[in-house]
Design a protein around this ligand. Structure first.
Ligand SMILES: [Zn+2]
Length: 388
């Protein structure tokens, strides 16, 4: 009796783990709603040739060491309750355990470095999440697919960090060629990445004002850093396919999948997966602003060469925004820059109203102006050419 009493019946999980478990429950990674056992973890692995630049990544789930301490030598109950911030959020049934293999990263802690002592055993079993946010998203998406009678469904993974004119081009190109476009908005992976909420607000603003909403379906993947450049890109394909897409669009310079695909090193893995999931991959050329053509071009279609090309480099644009500079409007739409500057530099001005009223003529009605309003009007004024 004593030994039963001492069995692990619940484990604490993080928000990020909950997000990934929620995706696993709705079969986003081809495991039928199960966390794989040892044999399956490695079977899944062997099917892909892994590029030496990209860490092999498994679906092995090992309870978080910081939250659960060392539970290496414990027996586990066959039903384990999942706890997030003292709340029961789900369970794993038919649970079994196996030893953690430190040679491989897993998608639950892909970007963290683990020490030997911090390796709890992995748990396999059927995942059940009580209030699965992604399940609802998928139901809404399925309804939309049915309602629109959408046949050509394309997925696009967007790390709009921030959303640039090149992203806009990619989106429009994709929408033109599909009945419905599923846009997965993912977390940034750089140290100066934008906060997810700010990114989401910018994308929502852009979509609402500039895209045909009936032809797009955004999915916000908060807390999931599956899509960092050094990870196995197979999960992106599985995810897109599981949400009903039959095509996946990637930018040529999309780190992760693009790198994987372009280097030809592991071409076979992607081809194999593409065959298995029935997903067609479309690699778009890189878009740049050409100062000779004076317009956005693809590097393939412009003859002027790299010395005339301004690249849409997100890290550079973020650095400008973090420093308080307004990125050129050929790179980022003014409404987006205004939103992000206001978000990144709160309470910057002693008297924003005074600057606003001084610069911009009004019809006499005094309206309270925000930092965002000021940036937006300033950008318009900066674009005004001056002639005598
Ligand atoms: Zn050109």
């Amino acid at each position: 009796m004593e030994s039963i009493k001492n069995k692990i019946k619940e484990i604490k999980i993080t928000e990020k783990e909950l997000s990934i478990l929620s995706l696993i429950e709705i079969n986003s990674f081809n495991t039928n709603g199960y966390l794989p056992n040892k044999e399956e973890v490695f079977k899944e692995f062997n099917s892909a040739t892994i590029d030496k630049n990209i860490s092999a990544c498994t679906l092995a789930f090992s309870p978080n060491y910081e939250l659960n301490n060392d539970i290496k030598n414990y027996q586990f109950n066959n039903e384990i309750t999942l706890i997030l911030n003292d709340k029961k959020v789900g369970k794993i049934t038919q649970a079994t355990t196996f030893d953690n293999d430190k040679a491989y990263t897993n998608i639950f802690s892909a970007n963290t470095c683990k020490l030997d002592k911090e390796l709890n055993p992995c748990i396999a079993g059927k995942v059940e999440i009580f209030n699965n946010e992604f399940k609802k998203v998928k139901t809404t998406l399925n309804n939309k697919i049915k309602k629109n009678n959408a046949k050509k469904i394309t997925a696009l993974i967007l790390n709009a960090d921030p959303i640039t004119r090149a992203h806009e081009r990619m989106l429009r190109w994709t929408i033109d060629k599909a009945d419905l476009v599923i846009i997965f908005v993912v977390e940034g992976y750089d140290t100066n990445s934008l906060n997810f909420q700010a990114k989401k607000e910018c994308f929502e603003y852009y979509a609402k004002n500039f895209l045909p909403l009936e032809r797009i379906f955004p999915v916000y993947l908060k807390n999931i850093d599956l899509f960092s450049p050094y990870l196995d890109p197979n999960y992106e394909c599985l995810l897109a396919s599981s949400f009903g897409a039959n095509k996946l669009v990637i930018g040529q310079n999309h780190q992760g999948l693009g790198l994987f695909y372009d280097n030809n090193l592991a071409h076979t893995a992607i081809d194999e997966l593409s065959k298995k999931t029935g997903l067609e991959l479309i690699v778009l050329p890189e878009f740049v602003f050409c100062n000779k053509c004076n317009v956005m071009v693809s590097t393939k279609s412009c003859p002027h060469g790299a010395h005339h090309h301004i690249k849409y480099r997100s890290s550079m644009i973020r650095e400008m925004l973090h420093s308080g500079l307004i990125p050129p409007t050929v790179l980022v739409r003014k409404e987006i820059s205004a939103k992000l500057l206001a978000h990144l530099h709160p309470n910057r001005f002693k008297n924003v109203q005074m600057i606003y009223d001084g610069l911009f003529p009004s019809n006499g009605i005094i309206e309270k102006r925000s930092d965002e309003d000021l940036y937006k009007e300033l950008i318009t004024l900066y674009q005004t050419s001056y002639m005598i």
